[in-house]
Design a protein around this ligand. Structure first.
Ligand SMILES: C[C@H](O)[C@H](O)[C@@H](O)C(=O)CO
Ligand SMILES: [Mn+2]
Length: 415
C-alpha cells in the first residue's frame, strides 16, 4: 500500500496522518551517550563500568575517546528520524592538556564545553546526570546514603557540581536541561537499618537541590533491586516519589526496568500526570533481572507511547533512553532502540483515541475492544516509511548496510 492509500484508510478511522507525522517529528528523544562505550566514560581510563552498574558482552569497536564517541553518535543519529537530544553523564568530562583531569567532586562547565559545541553544531539538546558509580568513593556499595561523612560529602559535592554544569549548559543552549540523580546504594542481604540510609539520603538531596538553577529540571530515579542489592535499595520508588511530592521542581523519574517484573510504567505515567507537570522517563527493555536491554517494538513500548499521547502529555513526559548492550554492534544498538521508540510513538499518534475514549465512557466496551484490535491491523509501515522519507533516513532495513560499512571501515580499525 502507498502512503496516500494508508492516509485514506486512517482518515476513515478519524485519524489525521499528516498531523501525526508533524507531531512525531517535533518530539525530542534524549539519546544516552553511554550506549556507545559500555558506560565507561573518559575520567577513568583503566576502569570500566562498576560499583553498581554492569555491562556484558565483548563486541569489538567500542568508542574509546570523545572523538570516537561523537563520530559513532552522529552515525547513529543519521539513521534515526526525529528530533534528538544527547544525554550525558558526568564521567564523560572532556579532559585536555589545558583542562587536565580532576576528580568528580571538582568538575566544572569547562569540561563539558566541547559537548555544548558539538550540540550546537548538530542541533541537539543536552541532558545531564551526575555519575554516582564506577568510582572508589563508592564505599560498601553506598554513596549519598553512606554512614561515612567523607563519602557523603564527596558525592554531595559531585552532585552539586553536576547540577551547576547542567545549569550552565542550559544557559548556553537557552534550554531546560534534565539533571537526573541515580545512585546504586543498597544491600545484598536483609538490612538491620532501613531508615538510617534513607534519612541520610534525604538530607543529602536537600543539600544538592538547595541552589536555584532555573535552567535545570531535577529528577531522582528509583530502582527496586539490582545484582548485589537484592534485599534493599535506599532510593526506592516510594522514597523518591514522596521526596518529589514534597519538593516542587524535583521529579520522580520512571525507568521501565526498575520495577517488579509484572509492574509497568505505562500505567504509572497517567497516575503521575495527575500530580506532576513533568514525568521524566528512562525507556529501556527489562529482561528478568536486567534492566537495560536494547529497546525493541514490544507491547510495553507501544503502551508507554500510547499513554504519553492519550494523556496529551508530549510536552510533559521527558523521554530519555537507557540501555547498553556490549554484545552487539553498539551503533546499531542505538539505531534499533531509538527507531523502535519512534515507531511506537508514531503508532500511538495514529490511534483513534477520541473515539475509543468516548466508547469507554459510554460503557460500550465491546466496540472499544473491536476498534483497539482493528487499529493493530492498520498500515503503520506505510506511514513510517513516509515519515522516514521526509526525515531523510532509510525507512526499511537498508539502514543496516551503512552500519556494516561503518563497522568495517571505522569501528574494526580501532582494535
Ligand atoms: C547510566 C544510567 O544512569 C543508569 O543506567 C541508571 O539510569 C540506571 O538505570 C541504573 O540501572
Ligand atoms: Mn535508568
Amino acid at each position: 500500500m502507498s502512503y496516500t492509500e494508508a492516509k485514506t484508510r486512517y482518515a476513515a478511522l478519524g485519524v489525521d496522518t499528516e498531523k501525526a507525522l508533524k507531531v512525531c517529528a517535533a518530539k525530542a528523544i534524549s539519546i544516552h551517550c553511554w550506549q556507545g562505550d559500555d558506560v565507561v566514560g573518559f575520567d577513568n581510563k583503566d576502569g570500566g563500568a562498576g560499583n553498581g552498574i554492569q555491562t556484558t558482552g565483548n563486541y569489538p569497536g567500542r568508542a574509546r575517546s570523545f572523538e570516537e564517541l561523537k563520530a559513532d553518535f552522529l552515525k547513529a543519529a543519521s539513521l534515526i528520524p526525529g528530533k534528538k537530544r544527547i544525554n550525558l553523564h558526568a564521567c564523560y568530562a572532556v579532559f585536555k592538556p589545558e583542562n587536565s583531569w580532576v576528580d568528580r567532586n571538582k568538575i566544572e562547565y569547562k569540561h563539558f564545553a566541547p559537548w555544548v559545541q558539538f550540540a550546537k553544531e548538530n542541533h541537539l539538546g543536552i541532558d545531564f546526570n551526575p555519575t554516582v558509580f564506577s568510582h572508589p568513593m563508592v564505599k560498601d556499595g553506598l554513596t549519598l546514603s553512606s554512614p561515612d561523612k567523607t563519602v557523603r560529602r564527596f558525592w554531595i559535592d559531585h552532585c552539586i557540581a553536576s547540577r551547576r554544569i547542567a545549569e550552565r549548559i542550559g544557559e548556553e543552549l537557552n534550554d531546560q536541561v534534565l539533571n537526573n540523580v541515580w545512585i546504586p546504594d543498597g544491600f545484598k542481604d536483609v538490612p538491620a537499618d532501613r531508615f538510617g540510609p534513607r534519612m541520610r539520603l534525604k538530607a543529602a538531596l536537600d543539600e544538592i537541590f538547595a541552589e536555584s538553577c532555573p535552567h535545570v529540571i531535577d529528577s531522582v530515579e528509583s530502582k527496586f533491586f539490582a545484582i548485589g542489592v537484592e534485599s534493599y535499595t535506599a532510593g526506592s520508588n516510594e522514597f523518591y516519589m514522596s521526596y518529589a511530592a514534597q519538593h516542587p521542581g524535583v521529579y520522580n523519574l520512571l525507568d521501565a526496568g526498575h520495577f517488579h517484573p509484572s509492574e509497568y510504567i505505562s500505567d504509572k505515567i497517567p497516575a503521575l500526570l495527575c500530580f506532576f507537570d513533568k514525568v521524566p522517563l528512562h525507556v529501556t527493555r527489562p529482561v528478568h533481572w536486567d534492566s537495560d536491554h536494547v529497546v525493541n517494538y514490544t507491547d510495553e513500548i507501544q503502551e508507554i507511547c500510547k499513554e504519553i499521547v492519550r494523556c496529551g502529555a508530549l510536552d510533559k513526559v521527558l523521554v530519555g533512553l537507557d540501555f547498553f548492550d556490549a554484545s552487539i554492534n553498539r551503533v546499531a544498538a542505538w539505531v534499533i532502540g531509538t527507531r523502535a521508540f519512534e515507531e511506537a510513538l508514531l503508532n500511538a499518534l495514529l490511534q483513534p483515541d477520541e473515539e475509543m475514549k468516548r466508547l469507554q465512557d459510554e460503557g460500550n466496551f465491546t466496540k472499544k475492544m473491536m476498534l483497539m484490535e482493528q487499529a493493530k491491523m492498520m498500515p503503520l509501515s506505510d506511514v513510517w516509511e513516509e515519515y522516514c522519507r521526509r526525515q531523510g533516513v532509510p525507512g526499511d532495513e537498508r539502514w543496516f548496510a551503512q552500519i556494516e560499512h561503518y563497522e568495517k571501515d571505522v569501528q574494526l580499525k580501532r582494535l
